[in-house]
Design a binder for this molecule. Structure first.
Ligand SMILES: Cc1cc2nc3c(=O)[nH]c(=O)nc-3n(C[C@H](O)[C@H](O)[C@H](O)COP(=O)(O)OP(=O)(O)OC[C@H]3O[C@@H](n4cnc5c(N)ncnc54)[C@H](O)[C@@H]3O)c2cc1C
Length: 420
């Protein structure tokens, strides 16, 4: 039997790591990811200010997976009913004599670089893509923030934008969309401007079409985030709906305009191309269709209370735990002949531990009814990031992340060993 996990973000990596010890030995486990690495996306905005952090937040899959076969390929289509995925290997066609990757997973087809991978049980964990809602000019002018190269582009664009800026003629950087990623990248951009001595020559504006920042989150968190943004020099404009954009101007639905020297778009998500851009509605067992599960941001998950689960790293990780148990039950059932009733599958219930964002050098943490800001929130943010990295087996990355945050000296190996 073959179990396939498509995408190795929070959902896919957690799922694969839980499946590794739990699946029977003769069940093949394949993980397909487009670049063979795991990105700690909830720290991605920090690359805008600290490009060197890439080493800490990108984890090589071969280092944290054991028995799974890692296949580096782009999933271009998943036939969820038939249980077949189409993989694009680019130039590296498996079996074409390229040494390491000669093992064939799926049969190469006539199309260059393309294979089909069939699976008995599969999990689509491809995450979400940026949604521009077909707004004219926005995809062309605004940088998204989903992958490492996006963050690097935002940093480069920022330096371009401020190059000839002065306090008399400040550069305006506009971030569209005040969810978790928008809030955090706006905070990094103001902090970067300050670090470069350009505080008075740069204005960062965060736009949100709804009435509040962080619109999907608890009210006390929203208020604290807004206060922190103000403290960190981010100008927030709510009830602002972008209609279109060009290189210099953003136009709103009420026909008002705003000049902009740089535009970053964090205004929404859509499903992966492999699912035709859709985020299918998935019930609480995470089973979408027959042997296909959808886990994490790739789907619209509805939990056991009938509530829509927010697209977030913390939900993706916990969904993966439930999906892993359910997949093992289905595999066991199939291996024992597949007769009789199917096994009962567990449901996922979203129960947030709280929310945590950084805003430049500040942070806001909401734990139940309590909101914490300042150093305590920063420490929490660091420990959550490091705890996550440790939980997926990337202990050295975790140590380096903490070192970076608390300013441990380089090469303090003794403390590294003790922590690891
Ligand atoms: C800047 C930023 C800050 C954030 N902050 C927070 C936060 O503080 N807290 C929080 O809970 N959430 C946060 N989020 C949201 C969180 O990162 C996402 O909800 C989370 O990454 C979803 O996990 P996932 O596993 O579903 O998808 P992803 O983490 O996006 O993983 C998808 C994986 O699939 C791979 N992949 C995608 N397409 C293909 C393809 N076609 N073929 C092969 N592989 C593919 C990708 O390489 C990736 O490894 C933040 C997001 C951003 C961008």
């Amino acid at each position: 039997m073959r179990v396939a996990v498509f995408g190795a973000g929070y959902a896919g990596l957690t799922l694969a790591r839980e499946l590794e010890p739990a699946l029977p030995e003769d069940t093949e486990l394949v993980v397909v990811d487009e670049d063979g690495s795991h990105l700690v996306q909830h720290e991605l905005h920090r690359i805008v200010r600290h490009p060197g952090l890439a080493d800490e937040i990108v984890v090589d899959l071969d280092e944290v997976l054991d028995r799974a076969t890692v296949r580096e390929a782009t999933v271009t289509d998943v036939d969820t009913e038939a249980g077949v995925a189409t993989l694009d290997h680019g130039d590296a066609v498996p079996g074409a004599g390229d040494g390491e990757s000669t093992e064939i997973v799926g049969e190469p087809t006539a199309t260059d670089g393309e294979t089909h991978l069939d699976y008995d049980v599969g999990a689509v964990c491809l995450g979400a893509a940026t949604n521009y809602y077909d707004l004219p000019g926005v995809a062309d002018c605004a940088a998204p923030l989903k992958r490492l190269d996006h963050a690097e582009r935002i940093r480069a664009d920022c330096f371009d934008a401020v190059e000839s800026a002065s306090p008399e003629d400040p550069a305006r950087i506009v971030v569209g969309g005040a969810g978790l990623s928008g809030v955090q990248v706006a905070g990094e951009l103001t902090a970067l401007a300050r670090e470069e001595g350009l505080r008075d020559a740069t204005e960062v504006v965060l736009l949100e079409q709804e009435a509040t920042v962080a619109p999907r989150f608890p009210e006390n968190f929203q208020r604290a985030v807004r206060d922190e943004l103000a403290r960190r020099d981010v100008r927030v404009e709510t009830r602002r709906t972008v209609a279109r954009a060009d290189e210099e101007t953003i136009t709103f639905t009420d026909d008002e305009t705003m000049a902009s020297d740089q535009f970053v778009w964090t205004g929404g998500i859509r499903g992966p191309d492999a699912l035709d851009g859709e985020r299918p509605v998935v019930r609480n067992t995470l089973r979408y269709e027959d042997g296909t599960f959808v886990v994490g941001d790739a789907g619209r998950i509805v939990d056991t209370d009938g509530e829509a689960v927010p697209a977030s790293a913390q939900a993706a990780i916990r969904e993966a735990g439930v999906a892993a148990d359910n997949i093992v039950r289905l595999v066991d059932h199939e291996r024992s002949g597949g007769g009789g009733f199917e096994p009962r599958l567990d449901g996922y219930r979203f129960d947030s531990l709280g929310w945590l964002v950084s805003v430049g050098d500040g942070a806001v943490a909401q734990v139940g009814p309590t909101v914490v800001t300042g150093q305590a929130a920063k420490a929490l943010k660091t420990s959550v990031g490091a705890g996550y990295l440790s939980s997926v087996g990337a202990v050295e990355n975790a140590v380096d992340l903490v070192r970076e945050e608390v300013g441990w000296p380089e090469g303090d190996d003794e403390s590294v060993e003790k922590s690891a």
